[in-house]
Design a protein around this ligand. Structure first.
Ligand SMILES: CCCCCCCCCCCCCCCCCCCCCCCC(=O)SCCNC(=O)CCNC(=O)[C@H](O)C(C)(C)COP(=O)(O)OP(=O)(O)OC[C@H]1O[C@@H](n2cnc3c(N)ncnc32)[C@H](O)[C@@H]1OP(=O)(O)O
Ligand SMILES: NC(=O)C1=CN([C@@H]2O[C@H](COP(=O)(O)OP(=O)(O)OC[C@H]3O[C@@H](n4cnc5c(N)ncnc54)[C@H](OP(=O)(O)O)[C@@H]3O)[C@@H](O)[C@H]2O)C=CC1
Length: 502
């Protein structure tokens, strides 16, 4: 019998961020492996005109939960959505709900966060730092609490090159930052943001680092652990390979490349692409929850959930295999054929952005205008270039994350748990994983049917012919202009014509 699965049976579990990418994979695994768990409380905000119940209904009716519904038919009754907005004081939770949470919760998984790279500091601090502090305050009032697991990121200290499983200090104490957000106005916050984030690339990584310090300080008397995943990708094995449901990280770029929008990317080809599958992150998170509650380590343990030092893969290998997979499973209605390269200097990057990104978009928009349609491609292209510029930092640096705690945890698991809650990335076959990832993007994100593959291939052939025609036309125009203006070109032309008449 799995010790981890047995631990979660009959437990009351509180999850924040359960409607997010990792939160859903976490709930799914909990229900599938511990169907006897007592209840999962999820803190949810109403969104896009949907009630809480409708949001839960939508999650449970997705493909991800198909297996769960077989194993745990009463899953609807075991999820209790609680109306909560983490941006509000006390999360806006009603008094009755708060009492129930405080008196019953055994384990907390804190997954909610803003993962946007461009969030204003005030908002990122509110969600990634202040809300974490409030949740810990709630946790401190829970008599039955056995473990508090905080989801952070391996990039919270991306200003360092070698990162250990420890918490690094920030130049300003999180409490001071939280306080200052209350009285500083937006203009001043914007002005001091670059100074505060220092050599980190964005407010996300900075506020996740502050969040960790808060966890260490406020959670000192609790059983707390921090998980630091690197770049989370589609699922590797469970509940099935390739599941992904948002555009963050590489997923958006895979779409952009598959649709022929992304043709070049400034990257260091041999830098480590530290991807980690979502199910691996969740297996480690659940194992850490069990270990923290049962073994009660004396200090807050940090677990790096990364692949680079155990099973490295670089961006070149990854990029090439993504492109190879597009040949087997092309995406529908591509703008151009999926073909891309890496640039390594700013000069070549600007050049390819102009030639391969901006120029085709402008030309296509002219064509749309001429045919009486609304131009839209330049706008889309600009948006993609903005996203690309935000991700560039992460594909041009390499980091070394030590994984002693993660390896220690692996060694503490029974053989049954090592199989059921596998987070040993040494077993991951990158080529197979990337292929399933691209396939998953096509199926679950783009919602494209496999039956459309022949038509997608035909479309790519048409694009190839248009490309050839375009090149020939361009060559003829340039040649005609040269002949009109340049004696040497005329001489060459006469020479070629005379060869023909010989
Ligand atoms: C020789 C061979 C060469 C081969 C090369 C080619 C191969 C190509 C594939 C290889 C992949 C390489 C890709 C590298 C990717 C590296 C990723 C590194 C990530 C580091 C992660 C750190 C880990 C973490 O801890 S956090 C999780 C990660 N967080 C994110 O990823 C968030 C990033 N996103 C943002 O911050 C924002 O979305 C932003 C700033 C990029 C854009 O904000 P904006 O306000 O402009 O737009 P949105 O309102 O967010 O969205 C507008 C619109 O766009 C859609 N969208 C959102 N995100 C993406 C995306 N990443 N890609 C594409 N589209 C996106 C969104 O759904 C909206 O669509 P609507 O239709 O308007 O609703
Ligand atoms: N994905 C990745 O590549 C990585 C993620 N991580 C970390 O893992 C955790 C989960 O990430 P991921 O699942 O990808 O993120 P998502 O963006 O997919 O999910 C974020 C979750 O937070 C919730 N949330 C945001 N704001 C509020 C709010 N004001 N009140 C209540 N809930 C809110 C969202 O709810 P709603 O649905 O209502 O928006 C959603 O459920 C984060 O802590 C992140 O830092 C770490 C490394 C990499």
């Amino acid at each position: 019998m799995s010790m981890i699965a047995a631990f979660y049976s009959s437990k009351s579990i509180l999850i924040t961020g359960a409607t997010g990418f990792l939160g859903k994979v976490l709930m799914e695994k909990l229900f599938r492996t511990s169907p006897d768990l007592k209840i999962i409380y999820i803190l949810v905000r109403p969104k896009a005109g949907q009630t809480l119940q409708q949001r839960v209904f939508q999650i449970l009716n997705s493909k991800l939960f198909e297996k769960v519904k077989e194993i745990c038919p009463d899953v609807h009754e075991k999820i209790r959505p609680i109306s909560a907005d983490l941006n509000q004081h006390d999360f806006g939770i009603s008094k009755e709900d708060m009492e129930e949470l405080l008196s019953s919760t055994n384990v907390i998984f804190h997954c909610a966060a803003t993962v946007r790279f461009d969030d204003p500091l005030r908002h990122a601090v509110q969600l990634n730092v202040t809300a974490t502090q409030q949740l810990l305050f709630m946790a401190s009032q829970m008599p039955k609490l056995e473990a508090f697991i905080h989801l952070s990121t391996a990039f919270s200290n991306c200003n360092l090159q070698h990162i250990d499983e420890v918490i690094y200090p920030c130049s300003v104490e999180p409490k001071k930052i939280i306080d200052s957000m209350e009285w500083l106005d937006d203009a001043i916050i914007d002005e001091i943001t670059p100074k505060l984030i220092g050599d980190r690339p964005n407010t996300y990584t900075y506020t996740k680092a502050l969040g960790e310090i808060v966890v260490q300080q406020e959670g000192a008397n609790m059983n707390v652990a921090i998980i630091r995943p690197s770049i989370v990708g589609a699922t590797w094995q469970e509940p099935f390979p390739g599941w992904v449901d948002n555009l963050n990280g590489p997923s958006g770029m895979i779409i952009a490349a598959g649709k022929g929008f992304l043709r070049s990317i400034k990257a260091t080809p041999l830098a480590i692409a530290d991807l980690i599958p979502a199910d691996t992150v969740i297996n480690l998170t659940l194992a850490a929850g069990w270990y923290t509650a049962v073994h009660r380590p004396k200090s807050t343990l940090i677990y790096h959930c990364t692949s680079g030092n155990l099973n490295p893969c670089n961006w070149l290998k990854m990029g090439l295999h993504v492109l190879e997979t597009f040949e087997k499973v092309p995406f529908e209605k591509a703008f151009r054929r999926p073909k891309a390269n890496f640039t390594t200097t700013s000069f070549t990057n600007h050049y390819w952005n102009a030639v391969s990104h901006r120029a085709p978009a402008v030309i296509y928009d002219i064509y749309l205008r001429l045919t009486g349609r609304k131009p839209r491609v330049t706008k889309l292209m600009n948006r993609m270039l903005r996203m690309l510029s935000m991700l560039e930092y992460f594909v041009n640096h390499s980091w070394e994350w030590s994984t002693h705690n993660t390896e220690m945890l692996m060694s503490m698991l029974s053989p049954e748990d090592q199989r059921m809650f596998n987070f040993d990335v040494r077993q991951l076959n990158w080529l197979e994983y990337i292929e399933n990832y691209v396939l998953g993007v096509k199926k679950y994100l783009l919602k494209e049917d496999m039956a459309g593959i022949p038509e997608a291939r035909q479309h790519l052939k048409r694009l190839r012919n248009i490309h050839y025609l375009f090149n020939v036309a361009l060559f003829l125009i340039i040649w005609r202009l040269l002949i009109a203006r340049w004696q040497m070109a005329r001489n060459i032309w006469f020479f070629i014509s005379s060869l023909h008449t010989l």
